[in-house]
Write a protein that binds this ligand. Structure first.
Ligand SMILES: Nc1nc2c(c(=O)[nH]1)N[C@H]1C(S)=C(S)[C@@H](COP(=O)(O)OP(=O)(O)OC[C@H]3O[C@@H](n4cnc5c(=O)[nH]c(N)nc54)[C@H](O)[C@@H]3O)O[C@H]1N2
Ligand SMILES: Nc1nc2c(c(=O)[nH]1)N[C@H]1C(S)=C(S)[C@@H](COP(=O)(O)OP(=O)(O)OC[C@H]3O[C@@H](n4cnc5c(=O)[nH]c(N)nc54)[C@H](O)[C@@H]3O)O[C@H]1N2
Ligand code: SF4
Ligand SMILES: [Mo]
Length: 676
């Protein structure tokens, strides 16, 4: 009853919310003005959580379609990252069933960062974040702060922070094929490069820094290994050589490098636009190198490790070599236990043995993973498909069972997702603000009941209300934080701010505690040769070759806000193909014309939208749409749009071998008028 404090579980900042509950019903959601970190900021997706909670199309009872079968595989979708108690329950369930192949949305958005930090820092969980409050120079690759609110850098209102930085005199630059929403005198400028070429831009910047004597030699000598090998690598990509491929004049590239190196402090960040290219791991390596070589790693105003309520750096410690193995698809790896999402359909259709049963947990692979038709075909071949979701989504339409899950207001959570990536670390616990409607249940409970039914060990064996938070209490205790105090604090507990000084002594996890500037793994797994080959391929491409990128919009969140009626307004009822006006004119196209957009993987027919924010040669389509065959989500089906992932590749060769990260940007396409 009354106003309860909680936080949003939709994306990384976990903005504080106030939930008004009357007669046991959630009736209003507002930003938490008294929250010490988010300070009254929340975007309209967080607020529209109320509409999702009350949506009449939510699944409230288990739905059953076909016969029973065996459980063998799981696809773990993005929303599980914000679901504190689901993670261990999934681990127990898969472990006890002996599931050897699991898949997660991590290989659609960030697994290159895990692979990159393993190689350079010896742990998949070390991702130093920009010290945005103190930096003199911020360089952001492939990210759209206003629309997406940052990823691997948890900060509630990034645009406000950026404004303050610019006002202080900091230089802010975004490297992006698209002039994103924000740029302007108060927020920085965009450097518009060609898609899927960041790795060459970064290499050329490093080449300039070394060649012009701008490197921080003391930092390199004290904390680096294989610096000469790094230097040898980047010497192959001087600005003059990469300019044509990257699409920027050589002098511009050199200036970017000089200004970065000359800044008293500089911070770097990159996000999904680079992750989703073909060489996300190498790009993340070189991003860390730009920070390290200029002396900005672990420097005030540079990039700092975020400690938070638990030192996650050590937990992610691993030797990447151990995860590679030979398979029927050639050499592949597991990344944090998971296979490439882009091999899911292959493993169902042709695996050895073939996958016969699939659980999706907060995932919608039909709309999120490349190659829709093959995915549909594969899911149709399963003996059993079970979807744990809020909705009967596009994937759920193919399921034997859809099991209704509690939403973020109906379950307790800790703001765990931002751990190690928060700019202003804080820890907050929120109880469920309302009881689950109908027969909605938390994922841990569903999996635990299934374990019991299968005769396996289950947390429910101890009684109907097991204590599932002991692990969280231990994590906090390791830093001297009292979980009971956290539980009692309505807006969470603010922790010590980020500070330099402990990175090399304590957080880095390589055996010699030095930054590996040229991990031998890259050579051994063929990534260095691949980098050279992709360069030749790009250099040989016709200059007017169209390339597809993704485009997130403020009102939609991946595939799951499509049923919120109030977010479907004129101008946003479909996902048009955005195209530079010059490219459109060259094809005789104007705004609103229907076009056929074709790649090697498939095609879509969409309306064209002329958009001068795109660099010539670049087209963009928002993902997560394509609900023409999703009757379980009536609003979504009424405004179906097209599935961008029909255009993306899938199967062997469609992901980065170092990381399993799917190729999702820089996809070659052709566009022509669609016949009437
Ligand atoms: N072309 C292209 N494709 C992309 C991307 C792109 O940029 N371009 N982005 C990729 C990225 S970054 C990601 S993360 C993936 C996301 O793709 P997915 O991992 O498939 O995740 P979502 O679409 O965010 O949500 C999937 C489902 O989770 C359900 N859900 C939400 N909250 C809960 C909950 O609390 N419990 C349960 N059980 N279910 C819940 C929603 O109803 C929805 O049906 O898509 C990827 N696909
Ligand atoms: N409103 C909204 N917010 C979201 C989401 C959403 O769907 N909607 N999704 C959430 C999820 S799951 C994630 S992972 C995060 C992602 O957060 P971001 O990584 O910020 O995602 P995007 O907004 O897609 O920004 C990626 C940018 O990369 C650019 N880009 C494309 N190709 C290239 C390239 O080759 N090189 C470079 N340098 N740039 C390129 C695109 O133009 C785009 O501006 O957002 C989260 N927040
Ligand atoms: S920015 Fe993310 S966490 Fe904050 S309110 Fe919006 S969706 Fe929720
Ligand atoms: Mo994502």
């Amino acid at each position: 009853m009354g106003d309860l404090h909680t936080f949003c579980k939709v994306c990384e900042p976990a903005c504080g919310l106030v939930a008004r509950v009357e007669d046991g019903e959630l009736v209003a959601v507002a930003p938490d003005r008294d929250h010490p970190v988010s300070k009254g900021f929340a975007c309209h997706k967080g607020i529209a959580g109320l509409d999702i909670h009350r949506d009449p199309n939510r699944v409230n009872r288990p739905q059953r379609r076909r016969a029973d079968g065996r459980f063998e595989e799981a696809y773990i979708g993005n929303p599980t990252a914000f679901n504190t108690l689901a993670g261990p329950a999934i681990g127990s369930f898969l472990g006890q069933l002996g599931v050897r192949r699991s898949f997660s949305s991590g290989t659609q958005d960030c697994s290159n960062k895990f692979a990159g930090s393993e190689a350079v820092f010896g742990s998949s969980t070390i991702h130093p974040v920009p010290d945005i409050e103190h930096t003199d120079h911020l360089l952001v690759f492939g990210e759209n702060p206003r629309v997406s609110h940052m990823s691997f850098f948890s900060i509630p209102d990034p645009v406000a922070e950026i404004r303050r930085a610019v006002k202080r005199g900091a230089v802010v630059r975004y490297v992006n094929p698209r002039r994103i929403e924000e740029p302007g005198a108060s927020t920085g400028e965009v450097v518009q490069l060609r898609p899927d070429t960041d790795v060459y831009l970064m290499a050329a910047m490093l080449e300039t820094i070394f060649a012009e004597g701008l490197a921080d030699q003391a930092a390199l000598a004290e904390h680096g290994t294989r610096v000469d090998e790094l230097r040898a690598f980047v010497s192959g990509y001087p600005a003059e050589r990469v300019a044509g491929v990257v699409g920027l004049p050589a002098e511009r590239i050199r200036t970017l490098a000089r200004e970065l190196a000359a800044a008293p402090s500089a911070a770097l960040h990159m996000s999904t636009g680079v992750n989703m290219g073909r060489q996300g791991t190498l790009a993340y390596w070189l991003l860390q190198m730009l920070s390290f070589v200029t002396g900005n790693l672990d420097r005030r105003g540079g990039n700092l490790y975020s400690l938070g309520f638990y030192a996650a750096a050590k937990a992610g410690r691993t030797q990447p070599e151990k995860h590679f193995f030979d398979s029927r698809h050639g050499r592949i790896r597991r990344i944090r236990g998971t296979w490439p999402g882009n091999l899911m359909a292959d493993e169902i259709l042709e695996g050895e043995p073939r996958l016969r049963a699939l659980f999706t947990i907060a995932g919608n692979p039909v709309l999120s993973v490349g190659g829709e038709e093959r995915m549909r075909e594969a899911l149709g071949e399963l003996d059993l498909l079970v979807c744990l979701d809020l909705y009967r989504n596009a994937t759920g339409e193919l399921a034997d069972f859809v099991l209704p899950c509690a939403d973020g207001f109906e379950r307790p959570d800790l703001n765990l997702c931002g751990l190690g990536m928060q700019y202003r670390p804080y820890v907050q616990w929120s109880e469920a603000v309302v009881a689950p409607r109908g027969e909605r249940r938390e994922e841990w409970w569903i999996l635990a009941r299934l374990e019991q039914a299968l005769g396996l060990k289950s947390v429910l064996d101890a009684g109907p209300e097991p204590d599932l938070t002991g692990r969280l209490g231990h994590m906090m205790a390791s830093r001297g934080i009292d979980f009971e105090e956290v539980k009692a604090a309505p807006h969470g507990v603010v922790l010590e701010p980020l500070a330099p000084g402990r990175f090399y002594g304590e957080w880095i996890q390589t055996a010699d505690r030095r930054v590996d500037c040229r991990p031998p793994l890259f050579e051994r797994e063929g990534a260095i040769a691949r980098c050279a080959a992709i360069f030749e391929e790009l250099a040989a491409e016709a200059p007017d070759r169209l390339k597809l990128i993704s485009l997130r919009t403020p009102s939609m969140h991946n595939s799951w806000y499509h049923n919120v009626e109030k977010l479907k307004r004129p101008g946003r009822l479909e996902n048009p193909l955005h195209m530079n006006p010059g490219d459109a004119a060259a094809r005789g196209l104007s705004d609103g014309d229907r076009v056929r957009c074709r790649s090697r993987a498939g095609e879509v027919v969409a309306a064209v939208r002329c958009d001068d924010t795109l660099r010539p040669g670049v087209v963009a389509l928002t993902h997560g749409w394509g609900n023409a065959r999703t009757p379980g989500m009536a609003t979504a089906k009424r405004h179906p749009g097209v599935n961008a992932n029909r255009l993306l590749p899938s199967g062997p060769g469609s992901f980065e071998p170092l990381s399993n990260q799917a190729f999702m940007t820089g996809i070659p396409v052709e566009v022509e008028p669609a016949e009437a």
